[in-house]
Structure formats: C-alpha cells, structure tokens
Design a protein around this ligand. Structure first.
Ligand code: WTA
Length: 637
C-alpha cells in the first residue's frame, strides 16, 4: 500500500486503511526508519493497566535516524540554523556532519562524567544549539533526558530532579531572553541544595554572568569538550536501545497538585514524530522549518529536534522572544533565513496582531509556504490575521491539536490537502481514532455533536507511563472512560465531521499555551504565610488565551493591600515560576462551598469571566451570602 498522501482522496483512502489495518499501516510507516533489528510484534496493548508496547523486539537508536543516516548523501545539508536573542550577534549554522560530530563529542563528555545507559539527566538551558546537542547526546548513549523549561523556579527543578533521581544536570551560566538575563546556574545551585542524587553539573558558557562552580561537582562544558579532543575524539557509537526503552521524561501539569513525568519510549516516539512532521507540514527537502516553541516543552522536543532531524530537515532554533527588540522580530527572522514553514502559538499571533500592521512594513515574507498553530484553541480573528497578513492567503494554515502525552500531532489539516476551516483542527491524521463521549462514558455518534475528546486505539507516540507512578497514569488518562485514552479536552464535531477543540474540561488552565494546574497554583499561594486558603480559576484573556484568577482568604489579622498581593506573586514565582503568577487576585472572606466542603469552581469561573447575574444553581451552597460578597468585592490586579 502506498502511504504517500498527495490528495484529499488519498487521505481518506489511507485513513480508512489505517483504521481497518492499524498494525500494517504503522509497520509501513516504521519501515521508513533505520532499525538495527526489526520488531517481532507490531503492537500489544490494553488500556486497562495500561500496557502499550509498540515494535517489540526492535533495536534502534533514535540519533542514528536523526543524524547518521543522513550523513552519506546529505551530510552537508544544514541541520540547525540558530538565531540568537540579539540580532547583532552572529547566527550559526550546523550541517548534519557538524551536528553529528558535536553530539558524539558531547556524548563522550557525558560518559567521561560517569553517565551510563538508563541514567536520568536534567537539562536546564537557554535556546542555543547546545541544548539540542545535549538532548541528542543523552539519546545517543541511552540516558533518559528530562528537559526543564528555563522559566521554572529552583523549587520546581528540585521536585523534577528528585522525582526522576537525576544523576547529572546540564545547564549554562545564564541565558538571554529579550532584554533580560536569566541566571540559570544560580537557579540550579538553589535547586541542588535539595537534591542528593546529582553528582555532576556541566555548565555551558553563554552570558558570562558570575557563577559559583563547586569543586568536584561543577565542570565547564568547554573544558569537557577539550578533554574529549585530547582523547583523540573517539567516535561515539550509538547505544543499542529496545523500542520500548525510555527516551525521555517531560513533566506536565494535571488536575492534581504535583506535575507528572510523562514517559515516552524510543521506537514509538521516533516513528510518530517523524511521520507527523512529514505528513502535516508536507515537508519537502531543503525547506527551512521555523518552530518558535521552546525545547523545554513537548513542541520543541518533537518539532524542533526529533521530528525535523529524523526527516533530514533544516530546523531553525530561535533563542529570543517575538517582541524584542521589536514586534517585527519573527518577520526579520523569516526573511533573514528564508523560512518556508512557520509553526507558532496562537498567543504569539494575538500578541503580534495587537501591534497592528506597522511591524510588518517592509518585511519580505515571500519565502513562507505553510503556517502552523499549536498549543491552544486559535480564535477566528487570529486565524484570519495569520492567514491574510502573514500567509498572504497563499499558505495553508494547519491548526494542530495534540498534547505532551500524545508526543505528536493528532488532529490537524494536512498542509494543502485538507480543506481548512478557521478555528478547526479539522480531521484526525491516519492512524488516529478520536471519539466524543458524554459524562457517562457513552460514545456520542454522528455529526453536529459535542463531548469529551477521547482516543479509542493506541498510536506509537502514546504516553507509556507517568514516571515512578504507573497508577497515576492509569487514573489520569485511562480510568475516566473504559477502554479509552481521555485527553482532558472538550470538543465539537461539526456537520462535516470536523473537530474543533473547545478547551480543557478539567482543572487545567492554558496560559499562553502553557499548561498550568489550578491545584498547583493554589498550593503555591497557600505556602504564603498570610494565606489561609485560595481557589484558582481561568478566565478569558485577550492575548494569553486564558489568564489566572485567584480568590484568596487571608489570615484574620492581615489587611489586604498591594504589598500582600505582590508577596503572593513572589511566592508563586518562587514555588513554581513566573509563568504561574496570577493575573488577578481578589481577597475574599470565604469561598463558595458545597455542604460537603467542595469549592464550587463553576461559580468562581463565572464571576472571573465577569458574569454576575446568571450563576446557575447555588442552592447546594453552604453559605450563599459568600457569593454576594465575592460579586461585590474589589479586585487587586
Ligand atoms: C491544548 C502542546 C486547541 C489542549 C502541544 C491540550 C490545543 C493542551 C491545541 C496540551 C489546538 C493544544 N487547539 N487546543 N490546536 N493544541 N491544545 O501538553 O487543551 O503543552 O490538551 O501540548 O493544549 O498542551 P501541551
């Protein structure tokens, strides 16, 4: 069966085949990769435990697919283009040969520092090529990487390092983001006070901020590379991995207080991200792919590093932010590096849109051929702006729906093939079987219906477990509805069978495309000495998609004033990171609770949205007066 999709008719035919013969379909996709040894069983699964195993018996190393296999014919092709934060600093380009060399070199440095197959490595770095090199070097030697986004606090890093018992940390002295210096090594030093598993810290030089290097523990990246050079730069043979060996852990927020370590494995992850990258973006050789995400999130893992490199693509990595030195930065980068595909987030689009047309003047965007969006629902206005002002109505816009747990794109148009509809992620990719269910777990058939989005059948990139706590994986994703993976998203399927994701139905808020658990923020707020209790909800925010609204009860002797508010924000920054700071704080004397003590968030959500008249049924409240007080209360923001 030819799995190439060149028309909408092909899509439908291949989709039907992928559902009728899923194992044959995925085997056909997997055959396009390099395996040291092929599988004896394509798939073995049950969603009850859950236990999902793809390509059992197969042996591989993902870096041989991302690097080695391109060397002979495409070794001189550019693998990574790096655009620094400061446009005055020189950009860098690495060919596949150079990237391969550097990955092997750093992999040897990791070995010299005691890293072995199966060890877990924490990576906390700025968006520089060395971050991609560090990730790939771990994969090269079979170490499991856990990348932590540079915006997380010392406490969050410590929690993640301890959860996975990381033996080594890779970081940098600091990083640049817009006009800010980020003191990465200092944050790591604060984190490590609480972490006893870490033996070594490798520190890359980036912003030359003063750092304290601890004897016996901390070493410089550059020195370690020199050591490898004096050893004669031995090649670093790729470790042979089982398809189901762990490739990485990535922490993400859920409904409960503690972030979960989502685990992905070598074979299935590789097959899935390469397939989705090639299919959705219809990637053609020599196209420059610009994904504006950070490697600290799943989008960066899958569509800056592994997806593009597995397909021999040229991937553009940008260190800075869209609005610095001005709101034309993305467009300068597109023009400078002749980017052909731009993959970004609705929040970035809305933010740039708010600057009007001025930043677009004089920018040549004619290299662009395809546009993509990810991370949150894209509103129609932003979709049209992207389509008209950036794509000049010549570039298909692919609104890609997926999650950290799915590892790659699940529901999305295929560029130039699927007819698009603003605000719609459209149709599932071949191999993906979505369904909508009602509260009782009954599947809702037919079109023109809404429900909770589930997936009925495994795909190679599906989450395998949550690190160190398999039961948590089961209850979070596989226990809500029998025999289905539950996404946590609400969804509408229109008359044409097109899917539109309407947002989270659990206690997760999506702030600028970052997933934040309300319970996590509440825990952080409650750490503040003056706070008795708090309740956090999301509310619609023009740029961020959702903002964070916190209702806070202070101790009886505490007076609410602006400093109290700032102290609470500071506490949240310390405990989680600046990304989780509430946008609005309202001090209240009580929270609406049911007689059994459950906070009625539905009511708080409505008030946060500005709705005060139609609050629904409040008859089960313990004290309905609380609602009146909250409605008339004043806000500190
Ligand atoms: C949301 C990011 C609407 C959704 C790749 C999901 C989206 C969560 C879209 C996962 C989209 C992602 N339209 N909503 N195209 N893409 N989401 O794990 O709520 O950071 O559950 O993965 O983002 O966020 P995560």
């Amino acid at each position: 069966m030819n799995l190439e999709i060149t028309s909408f008719k092909d899509y439908k035919r291949i989709y039907d085949y992928s559902i009728a013969e899923p194992e044959k379909f995925w085997e056909g996709i997997a055959d396009t990769y390099y395996w040291r040894k092929k599988w004896h069983t394509v798939l073995e699964w049950n969603f009850k435990d859950p236990s999902i195993k793809w390509f059992q018996g197969a042996k591989l190393n993902i870096t041989e697919n991302c690097l080695d296999r391109h060397l002979e014919k495409e070794g001189d092709r550019t693998a990574i283009i790096w655009e620094p934060n400061d446009p005055e600093e020189h950009y860098r380009k690495l060919t596949y040969k150079e990237l391969h060399f550097k990955v092997c070199q750093f992999a040897n440095a990791l070995k010299n520092n005691g890293t072995k197959k199966g060890d877990c490595i924490c990576i906390y770095m700025p968006m520089v090529p060395e971050l991609a090199i560090a990730v790939l070097a771990c994969a090269r030697i079979g170490a499991v990487h856990s990348v932590v986004f540079g915006g997380f606090s010392a406490q969050s890093i410590a929690d993640r390092i301890n959860d996975a018992q990381c033996s080594l940390v890779i970081t940098a002295d600091g990083g640049f983001r817009g006009n800010k210096d980020i003191p990465l090594k200092n944050v790591i030093d604060d984190a490590l006070v609480q972490c006893h598993s870490v033996q070594k810290v490798i520190v890359l030089t980036r912003n030359r901020t003063p750092v304290s290097m601890i004897k016996g523990r901390d070493v410089w990246w550059e020195d370690e590379i020199k050591k490898v050079e004096t050893q004669g730069n031995p090649a670093c043979l790729a470790e042979e991995m089982d398809a189901e060996d762990e490739l990485f852990i990535l922490y993400t927020s859920g409904s409960t207080g503690k972030p979960k370590g989502v685990v992905h494995t070598c074979g299935g992850y590789m097959v899935y991200v390469g397939y989705t990258f090639k299919t959705v973006f219809q990637y053609q050789p020599d196209e420059v792919f610009f994904c504006t995400a950070d490697i600290g999130w799943i989008t960066g893992h899958s569509y800056i590093v592994y997806g593009p490199l597995s397909q021999g693509a040229t991937t553009l990595l940008f260190e800075g932010i869209p609005t610095w030195p001005d709101a034309g930065r993305f467009w300068d980068i597109v023009e400078k590096h002749q980017a052909n595909i731009l993959y970004t987030a609705p929040t970035a689009i809305r933010s740039l849109m708010s600057f009007g047309d001025e930043p677009l003047k004089g920018k040549n965007l004619s290299s662009l051929k395809k546009l993509g969006s990810v991370g949150e629902p894209i509103n129609e206005e932003a979709w049209h702006w992207f389509d008209e002002k950036i794509g000049k109505k010549n570039c298909p816009v692919v609104d890609t729906w997926w999650q950290t747990e799915t590892s790659g794109i699940m529901i999305s148009p295929i560029a130039r093939i699927t007819p698009t509809k603003p605000g719609y992620a459209t149709l599932p990719l071949p191999g993906i079987q979505p369904c909508l269910v009602d509260e009782n777990g009954k599947e809702i058939e037919g079109n023109g219906v809404s429900g909770n989005l589930c997936i009925k059948f495994p795909w190679p990139g599906i989450i395998r477990t949550t690190y160190g706590d398999h039961e948590r994986c089961r209850t979070a994703y596989f226990a809500t509805y029998e025999n289905m993976y539950f996404t946590g998203d609400g969804c509408l399927r229109d008359e044409d069978g097109y899917y539109r994701i309407t947002g989270r139905v659990d206690d997760v808020i999506n702030v600028s495309g970052h997933r934040i658990g309300t319970a996590e923020v509440e825990n952080a707020i409650n750490m503040h000495a003056d706070v008795i209790e708090s309740a956090v909800v999301g509310y619609p925010h023009d740029i961020k998609g959702q903002g964070i609204y916190a209702y806070v009860i202070l101790g009886s002797s505490i007076h609410a004033h602006d400093l109290t508010r700032k102290n609470i924000l500071q506490t949240v920054s310390r405990i989680i990171g600046a990304i989780a700071k509430p946008d609005k704080i309202q001090f209240v004397s009580g929270l609406p609770k049911t007689r059994s003590g459950k906070i009625m968030r539905r009511i708080l959500r409505k008030i946060a949205e500005g709705e005060t008249s139609n609050l629904g049924d409040t008859s089960t409240l313990l004290d309905p007066n609380v609602v009146e007080e909250i409605k008339s209360g004043s806000l500190f923001s």
